[in-house]
Write a protein that binds this ligand. Structure first.
Ligand SMILES: [Zn+2]
Length: 105
């Protein structure tokens, strides 16, 4: 589902998200829930004093940055969260662990 989402991100934004991964952008997860249809993720993308709120649901995504709000396109923050999550799942799989659900308190 996250790979499918990434497939819908335009090339330039996809590359900027990759650069963010490389530059050490942070994803602070607030909630991660594995539903039957896919993962539901809420959290913040943080870098150089900026902070954006990102929400991903099966079949849709939201970010409060200007790019997303004005153009209604999947932005680099949504792409970054999808990449960071996929990287985490891959790392946990190779360590034979399960990714934990994080539920808001
Ligand atoms: Zn954004």
């Amino acid at each position: 589902m996250l790979r499918k989402l990434l497939g819908k991100v335009e090339d330039g934004r996809f590359c900027r998200a990759m650069a963010g991964l490389q530059a050490g952008w942070e994803f602070e997860v607030r909630s991660r829930k594995f539903a039957k249809t896919g993962v539901e993720i809420d959290g913040f993308v943080k870098y150089s004093g900026k902070k954006y709120s990102v929400h991903i649901r099966p079949g849709k995504a939201f970010c409060n940055c200007e790019d997303f709000m004005r153009r209604q396109v999947l932005c680099k923050h949504v792409a970054f969260v999808a990449m960071a999550e996929l990287a985490l799942y891959a790392a946990e799989r190779s360590a034979h662990r399960q990714v934990q659900e994080v539920l808001p308190t």
